[in-house]
Design a protein around this ligand. Structure first.
Ligand code: ATP
Ligand code: MG
Length: 247
């Protein structure tokens, strides 16, 4: 469903992504681990088209999308949520979801208030609000909801574009352990045919949701395999994961 071949990116002398090749099956849930500065977010930026790779290819559902714009990739089913908030604080939860859904339903060029009352848009808003447990907050102004709810909404907005592949950059960053566990349930409730690529620092969450794990270090893939193998890997213990691998 999503594949990269030899993806490389340098900023000056620094190789931020070095020959990264990944292959995700449809419905696969892959967690990306790696220390701060490993290149995880930069990899996402290249996948969605915000950053152009120096070399390599990106394939979505078998099609080479390396040269396509962010919008063209989104139309083909690639969506992301961000490590930092990108919501409209002055609008309600419902309106934020409605805008994303309106774009997904092709009303992009004529977004007016009435696009949010269209049936297709309303149905999508309701569905993703239920999936992400946002129904109680639907009419709250985003600027007034808790940080945890904002993080949920961030994922819901990405989901409202009806993606085939959803990239999540640290969906639980900054939330407490309890909220992190709640997130695990939320992820489990997502459609099983949705392909997920998740950057996550919370090890418990990572191991609870991952079908497979990729570890980046200095922009390079240093591990690619099952969660069981990741736990046993000495390399990982050495570079990064010592604090959980022996637990
Ligand atoms: N636009 C840019 N110009 C120059 N250097 C950049 C740019 N974006 C990122 N970098 C550098 O690339 C490296 C990787 O950054 P990136 O944000 O991808 O790491 P990350 O793995 O997401 O880290 P974190 O876990 O802290 O989010 C860092 O050294 C960063 O300073
Ligand atoms: Mg990052």
């Amino acid at each position: 469903m999503l594949e990269t071949r030899g993806l490389s990116k340098r900023f000056g002398a620094v190789h931020v992504t070095r020959d990264v090749s990944l292959r995700l099956q449809r419905g696969e849930r892959r967690v990306i681990l790696g220390p701060n500065g490993a290149g995880k977010t930069t990899l996402f930026n290249q996948l969605v088209g915000e950053t152009r790779p120096d070399a390599g290819q990106i394939l979505l559902a078998g099609e080479d999308v390396t040269g396509l714009t962010v919008q063209a990739r989104a139309r083909r089913g690639l969506s992301r949520s961000y490590q930092r908030n990108t919501l409209f604080d002055g609008l309600t939860v419902e309106e934020n979801l409605g805008l994303a859904a309106a774009v997904a339903h092709g009303h992009w060029h004529s977004i007016r208030h009435d696009s949010l009352t269209r049936h297709d848009v309303r149905d999508t808003v309701r569905e993703v609000a239920e999936q992400l447990r946002l129904m109680p907050h639907l009419h709250a102004r985003v600027g007034d909801v808790s940080y945890g709810v904002r993080r949920q909404l961030e994922v819901a907005v990405a989901l409202a574009t009806r993606p085939l592949v959803l990239l999540m950059d640290e969906p639980t960053s900054g939330v407490g352990p309890e909220m992190s566990r709640g997130f695990h349930d939320l992820l489990n409730d997502l459609p099983r045919d949705l392909t997920l690529l998740i950057i996550e620092h919370d090890m418990d969450l990572a191991f609870a949701v991952a079908d497979s794990i990729t570890v980046l270090n200095h922009g390079e893939v240093v591990f690619d395999g099952s969660p069981e193998d990741a736990r046993g890997s000495r390399l990982l213990k050495d570079i990064y994961l010592g604090h959980w691998a022996d637990a």
